[in-house]
Design a protein. Structure first.
Length: 438
C-alpha cells in the first residue's frame, strides 16, 4: 500500500500527501525530512531508483530540480515501473513541466488541487489487476526467436523495455494501433507476457512483478527517524562482524563431505532455485537456528553440499551475520531469521522451516535434481561435475555469440538437437549473469 507521496522543487515541498495521517496545508515532512535530505544529497538528475529504508520501500526520481518520491509497504510491487512514471506524467499533465521548472513562488497552495487526482491515481494503482506470478512463460532473447518473424519486432521492443504500455509499444515499433493489438494478442496467446491493468491502462511486462528483479534493494541505511534502529545502523563497537570480516572468506569446501541425498529430502520443491542462484553467481542466504546446531554440524554439511553446485569454484562464505550484510559481499551468508525482511530478492534457504524463499525456477535444473533423488552422494557429485562444466561451456560460447552479434540460429539449433532443450534457459542466464560481465 502506498503510504506517502512527496514532490519537491529545490527542496521545497509542492506536494506532501501522507496517507497514514492526511497532511494539512503547510505541514512539514516530519520523520521523512531526514530521508528526503539523504536522497537529495545522493540522487543525480535522471536517476530512477527503488530501495528499502526502515519499514518503507521508496521509489524516487530527480527530474532536474524536481524530486518525485513515493513511499509504500516493503512488499509493494511495480512502484518504480508503473506508479512513479504515472505520477510524473499526471503531474506534468496538470502543471506543464516548463512552468514547474520555472516556478519560484512561495505559496504552494496552487498545487493543492492536484491531491484529488493523486488520490484517484493511488486508488487505481491499489486496485490494479495483475497476472498471477508463475502463470506465464518468461519472455527472453531465446523465446523471442520461437515466435513468428512478424511478431519479433514487437516482442523485442517489450523485452528491451522490460515493461511497456500499449502507447509505448506503438511508439517503439511504428505500427498501427490495430497491428499492435493483433501482435500483442498473438504473443499473449503464445503464453508470454504478464499484464498489469491500472484503471483503463494496461502494461505488458517480461516477468511478473514480485518475481522479476527490476529492484535494486538497498540496505536500510537511511532510517525514517533517529529512534528507529536497524541491523544496518549499529555502531562499529556493537557490530557482530569486524570490517575485515564483512566480506566473505573465499574457500573451497570439500564436496565429498556433503550429503546431497539428505539435502534433497529436506526440500520437496524449489531446490533448483538454490542451484540456479549459485551457478549464476548470485548469493544464497542460509538460516539455521544456532541453538539447534551449536557445533555447526548441520551448517558445515550444508556448506559442503552447496559447494557441489559450484564444484570448481571457491565460494565466498560468511558463517554468521546478526546484522545486514550486502548480498554482494559473499556467495553464501548465514543470517539470523529476523534479517529476512531486508532481503527481498535473494534466495533464502531456511533449514529451520525446510522451505526456500524467492529465486527463479529452472526446468533443466529441476529435472537434474529429480535425476539425483535415487543416487548416492558421490554419484551426485560426478553428475554435477559433468553438468556444471557443460552449462558453463555452452554459456561461455553463447556469450561470445552475443558479444560479437553473430547469427544465433545455428548454435541454438545444435544445442536443442544435442541436449535437453531446457538447458537453453539456464545457458542464457549464466551467459548474461556471468560471462557477459567479463
Amino acid at each position: 500500500m502506498i503510504k506517502r507521496i512527496i514532490i519537491l522543487k529545490d527542496k521545497k515541498p509542492l506536494i506532501n500527501r501522507n496517507y497514514e495521517s492526511i497532511s494539512k496545508p503547510g505541514e512539514g515532512l516530519g520523520s521523512f525530512q531526514t530521508i528526503v535530505d539523504n536522497l537529495i544529497a545522493k540522487v543525480l538528475p535522471g536517476q530512477r531508483i527503488e530501495e528499502i529504508s526502515g519499514e518503507h520501500k521508496l521509489a524516487y526520481e530527480l527530474d532536474k530540480s524536481i524530486l518525485f518520491l513515493v513511499a509504500a509497504d516493503k512488499n509493494e510491487v511495480a512502484l518504480l515501473e508503473i506508479f512513479l512514471p504515472e505520477l510524473k506524467n499526471l503531474f506534468y499533465a496538470v502543471f506543464p513541466r516548463d512552468y514547474v521548472l520555472g516556478w519560484e513562488g512561495e505559496d504552494t497552495s496552487i498545487f493543492k488541487g492536484f491531491e484529488a487526482k493523486l488520490d484517484q491515481l493511488r486508488s487505481a494503482f491499489e486496485n490494479r489487476i495483475m497476472t498471477k506470478a508463475g502463470s506465464r512463460r518468461v519472455l527472453d532473447t531465446l523465446s523471442v526467436m520461437e515466435l513468428p518473424q512478424r511478431l519479433q519486432k514487437t516482442a523485442y521492443a517489450i523485452l528491451d523495455k522490460k515493461i511497456a504500455s500499449f502507447e509505448e509499444i506503438i511508439s517503439l515499433t511504428n505500427v498501427s494501433p490495430q497491428e499492435a493489438v493483433a501482435n500483442i494478442q498473438e504473443i499473449l496467446n503464445a503464453g508470454f507476457l504478464y499484464t498489469t491493468k491500472v484503471g483503463n491502462k494496461v502494461y505488458y511486462s517480461v516477468k511478473a512483478f514480485g518475481e522479476a528483479k527490476p529492484i535494486s534493494t538497498a540496505a536500510p541505511s537511511a532510517p525514517l527517524a533517529a529512534s528507529i534502529t536497524t541491523p544496518a545502523t549499529k555502531t562499529a563497537e556493537t557490530s557482530t562482524l569486524q570490517p575485515e570480516q564483512r566480506k566473505g572468506l573465499a574457500i573451497k569446501r570439500d564436496i565429498h563431505k556433503g550429503n546431497m541425498p539428505f539435502f534433497i529430502k529436506q526440500f520437496k520443491k524449489d531446490l533448483d532455485k538454490v542451484f540456479n542462484a549459485i551457478i549464476n553467481r548470485k548469493p544464497v542466504l542460509v538460516i539455521i537456528n544456532p541453538e539447534t546446531d551449536k557445533n555447526q554440524v548441520l551448517l558445515n554439511m550444508v556448506l559442503d553440499t552447496l559447494q557441489c553446485f559450484a564444484p570448481e569454484r571457491e565460494l565466498r562464505i560468511i558463517n554468521y551475520a546478526k546484522e545486514f550484510i550486502h548480498p554482494r559481499e559473499a556467495d553464501i551468508i548465514r543470517i539470523e531469521s529476523n534479517l529476512t525482511q531486508y532481503y527481498t530478492n535473494e534466495v533464502i534457504l531456511d533449514l529451520d522451516h525446510k522451505k526456500i524463499l524467492h529465486g527463479e525456477n529452472a526446468v533443466y535444473l529441476a529435472d537434474l535434481i529429480k535425476e539425483m533423488t535415487k543416487m548416492k552422494h558421490d554419484e551426485c557429485v560426478s553428475l554435477l561435475l559433468n553438468r556444471v562444466t557443460l552449462i558453463e561451456k555452452l554459456a561461455k560460447d553463447w556469450a561470445k555469440i552475443k558479444k560479437l552479434n553473430l547469427p544465433p540460429e545455428e548454435f541454438i539449433t545444435n544445442v536443442r538437437a544435442k541436449y535437453n532443450p531446457a538447458i537453453i534457459q539456464v545457458m542464457d542466464n549464466v551467459a548474461e549473469n556471468v560471462f557477459m560481465q567479463e
